[in-house]
Design a protein around this ligand. Sequence first.
Ligand SMILES: Nc1ncnc2c1ncn2[C@@H]1O[C@H](COP(=O)(O)OP(=O)(O)OP(=O)(O)O)[C@@H](O)[C@H]1O
Ligand SMILES: O=P(O)(O)OC[C@H]1O[C@](O)(CO)[C@@H](O)[C@@H]1O
Ligand SMILES: [Mg+2]
Length: 343
Amino acid sequence: MKIGLLTSGGDCPGLNAVIRGAVLEGIIEHGDEFVGFRDGWRGVVERDYFPITRHDVRGLSKTGGTILGSSRTNPFEGEFGGPDNIQWLMDREGIDVIVAIGGEGTLTAARRLYDEGGIKVLGVPKTIDNDLAATDYSFGFDTAVQIATEAIDRLRTTADSHGRCMVLEVMGRHVGWIALHSGMAGGAHAILIPEQPQSIDQIVEWVLQVRERGRAPLVVVAEGFTLPEMTEAHSTKGLDAFNRPRLGGIADVLAPLIEERTGIESRATVLGHIQRGGEPTAYDRVLATRLGMAVVKAAHREEWGQMVTLRGTDIKTVSIHEATGSLNTVPQERYDEAKVLFG
Ligand SMILES: Nc1ncnc2c1ncn2[C@@H]1O[C@H](COP(=O)(O)OP(=O)(O)OP(=O)(O)O)[C@@H](O)[C@H]1O
Ligand SMILES: O=P(O)(O)OC[C@H]1O[C@](O)(CO)[C@@H](O)[C@@H]1O
Ligand SMILES: [Mg+2]
């Protein structure tokens, strides 16, 4: 079998481990051949691809980023875009299946290619945000939480020295999983997430409770968090390649508001892409490797239109429809549980 691999959307620690897992499973167990499309769907619609050998994946599981590159190209656009052109390319190259490693957008595009054009696709879920439905966790999330937790630990010592309030902003466009887990791990005094708008009065109340106990308040906020009066998430950096607002900077909005209302010197830190770069944790390497191996097994079972997924400790397959229909948001009970520790 000849398998085409691509990575699309924002990168994520563990992408290279997926590629290595897939290539080793395919070559060792099935005698497969692999090609890599450069920069996600761009490589498909611009016919930019190269063979991937066993040698190419040597030592890859511990590396960050993606050897294939990534983009936010839409496979339905461009001169050679759309299912007919893609099928023509696959026939010419003898490519049996395209494995799309990506988030909700990438997988939606893959699902449409399968539904509308019968393109043989399989999906591997990736996102540091952990916002994909139909998988318990996605690789990259554990690494992001680890980095954010370390940032909290470091901010707390300097905050204690100066008696300051620190506001740490982490990623999370639609969901607050990174904020929730890193905030809980690092003992944050308030965790602010997109699913749970909170008023500035409530935030100030938590901050003052901390100060009254003689401690330096630490607030973790996800980039997609909104105050009740905000109609959309804070964005001042223009649009991304898919015309969505680039988020970031809500911590810079909150810190002065907190300072003004409490009199406590307050500083903002935006963690940004640091939480998406660098080496994956051991957990993410194992999960990503298993998903890569599983997607090749799914290809040999001809489970087109499916995505590999983590269910408990098992790797299963589900329809991409199931994964793209809704977001994996933080449930109310998980937020209520964390809230007991606020203030
Ligand atoms: N409904 C759609 N139909 C066709 N193409 C789509 C669709 N939704 C998204 N895409 C394409 O897939 C690309 C990847 O999606 P997106 O940029 O959301 O990244 P992602 O895979 O969801 O990862 P991330 O976690 O970074 O958001 C988009 O930039 C867009 O070109
Ligand atoms: O800076 P980029 O690559 O546009 O991606 C930023 C987005 O990617 C994500 O990390 C998802 O991968 C979001 O949390 C964030 O809004
Ligand atoms: Mg997306």
